[in-house]
Write a protein that binds this ligand. Structure first.
Ligand code: ZN
Length: 549
């Protein structure tokens, strides 16, 4: 009966399980399980082949231990925290034989940095009355301190003080500007007006506590200023901004900003661990996690999830729970975007697809986030139709040449559905391309790529993104879904093809139906048709073990 998707559905009546409802047992039923997105065919082939060994073998305590080790470090390209993280990841890979055992490669690529490595050492912002510090508003003295994001990346060391001014247009020389605008927007003008320093309480619109409480009032933005900035700058919380606004007219009130940072000239390190493929080792699936940024979810969780993923796959192959994949799988750690381009510039292998792992452990309870598949650009990025919708993060400018028909999204989606069903309930969702992580680098080189992340997260890019907001189960299941998807591409076999193709055709059928329902342009339906044809060809080549590039 499994001829065409359409035929199938009619044959057995309504075969798709309601989203979040119990799945239809056994082969052939369509369900999205606990995934908000198009349904997939249920079955034991495709990504389901890897579920048991990877779910059973992934050491979630070890992954969380790595997260906890990285949490106290403010990691930025080449700085002390970054170096520590790269040392830790490298040591754990070497300890099990990456780089020394046959079939398990480890490569560290060093490249020159565009700017000096910046390490924040300490800072304090105090309220002064007649030169006397009467209250510390923000401070940190160790990398582990809560208010460590008060210095934007590249901020200079300083010790300045001055009266408060809330209005850039009225800023007098020697005054301290207090603003809720992004630093980049006011820096040049403030410098021209002779500001002593600039304090910004800027936050993203979505940095709002979903619990109804007001934890975001103590959020301090994580951001950067251009390398070489000389004007003293700092981020402050909305609560402190409000306090300073109330003090504006207190004549003797001043603030003092002290900051200590260190700049180092270091090469930038990119780490690549590869499980070498059996039949087509020259082809590779790339999984990448950026190391820089101070967030514990963003992205110590991705670093740790990817690391434990590499170790889990090695153990599964060693224990013969899984065959060595047909194609190679490379695990990449480094500076966001740069690590991917450095990797692509140095690898001799042909990259068939890539998945970025960015924010993998965000606690749904604490942050409101859910695990998300960001598909590579497809017709859904041009015509955003139900069930698709963009996240609050926004959307980048789409380069139409990045629309590369492939079955990658079908395989990642299938992995998410399989993992959610296998554990009896784990929510995930998906959305069209938005950009903003390593997947863009691969797309820019004509390689199909997707992103696994978590959103919306009210602590995103703030000092609140710490260990307390990382959920062990979320990290475990997201990382296993990533690994299942990576194996699904690298070890795609002829017996997987039918499941992927039927899921793809079902998606096309659903999307073209929505085009009609929503009275969207005919071109959208046509475009999905073309997309499905190209993706089908890609899946057929992938599963037959021939070249997809
Ligand atoms: Zn990130």
């Amino acid at each position: 009966m499994k001829r065409t998707v359409f035929g199938l559905c009619l044959a057995v009546g309504s075969c798709s399980a309601p989203s979040g409802g119990p799945p239809i047992e056994g082969w052939g039923g369509f369900s999205s399980g606990y995934h908000s997105g198009p349904k997939v065919v249920l079955g034991e082939t495709g990504t389901a082949r890897f579920l048991g060994p990877l779910l059973g073998g992934f050491d979630k305590e070890a992954a969380m231990a790595t997260v906890a080790e990285l949490d106290p470090w403010f990691r930025e390209a080449g700085n002390d925290g970054f170096e520590y993280a790269m040392d830790e990841v490298g040591a754990k890979l070497r300890a099990v034989g990456f780089g020394s055992r046959e079939g398990y490669e480890l490569r560290e690529i060093q490249t020159p940095m565009d700017a000096s490595a910046w390490t924040p050492l300490s800072a304090s912002l105090s309220l002064q009355i007649q030169g006397e510090a009467i209250q510390y508003l923000h401070q940190f003295h160790r990398g582990d301190d809560l208010e460590r994001t008060m210095l934007p990346v590249h901020a200079p060391s300083c010790d300045v003080h001055g009266k408060l001014e809330l209005n850039l247009a009225e800023l007098d020389p020697g005054e301290v500007l207090v603003t809720d605008r992004e630093l980049d927007e006011v820096l040049v003008q403030a410098q021209e007006r002779g500001a002593a320093a600039v304090l910004s309480s800027y936050l993203f619109d979505f940095n709002v506590d979903p619990s109804g409480a007001t934890r975001h009032l103590d959020a301090i933005h994580y951001g950067a200023v251009p390398a070489g900035t000389t004007l003293p700058v700092a981020h402050i919380s909305p609560r402190i901004h409000a306090l300073l606004s109330d003090l504006k007219d207190v004549d003797a009130a001043e603030v003092r900003l002290q900051a200590s940072v260190r700049f180092d000239e270091r090469p930038l390190r990119t780490l690549v661990a590869t499980v070498v493929g059996l039949e087509r080792p020259e082809e590779v699936v790339s999984l990448v996690a950026h190391v820089q940024e101070p967030g514990t979810n963003d992205n110590a969780s991705g670093v740790a999830g990817l690391l434990e993923g590499a170790l889990t796959l090695m153990r599964a192959v060693d224990d013969r729970a899984l065959r060595r994949p047909l194609r190679s799988i490379s695990f990449i750690w480094g500076d966001e975007y740069t690590a991917s381009s450095v990797y692509l510039d140095h690898t001799e292998r042909t990259v068939v697809a890539a998945i970025a792992a960015d924010m993998m452990g965000n606690s749904p309870t604490e942050t409101g986030a859910v695990c998300l598949l960001e598909r590579g650009p497809d017709p859904g990025a041009r015509w955003v139709l139900p069930p698709d919708e963009h996240t609050a993060w926004g959307v980048g400018e789409l380069d139409p040449t990045w629309i590369l028909p492939s079955g990658l999204a079908v395989i990642v989606r299938t992995a998410l559905v399989d993992v959610g069903l296998a554990v009896g309930g784990w929510k995930s969702a998906e959305h069209p391309w938005e950009g903003g992580s390593d997947h863009d680098v691969f797309l820019g080189r004509g390689i199909p790529a997707a992103l696994l992340w978590h959103f919306p997260d009210f602590s995103y890019h703030t000092n609140l993104d710490r260990l307390a907001f990382v959920d062990t189960r979320e990290l475990y299941l997201s990382s296993v879904a990533l690994l299942c998807a990576g194996c699904g591409v690298a070890d795609a076999r002829p017996r997987d093809l039918e499941r992927y193709i039927e899921s793809l055709l079902h998606e096309r059928y659903e999307r073209q139906g929505v085009v009609v329902e929503e009275e969207a342009p005919e071109e959208a339906a046509h475009s999905w048709g073309e997309w499905a044809t190209g993706a089908r060809r890609w899946l057929a080549a992938l599963c037959s073990g021939t070249s997809v590039r």
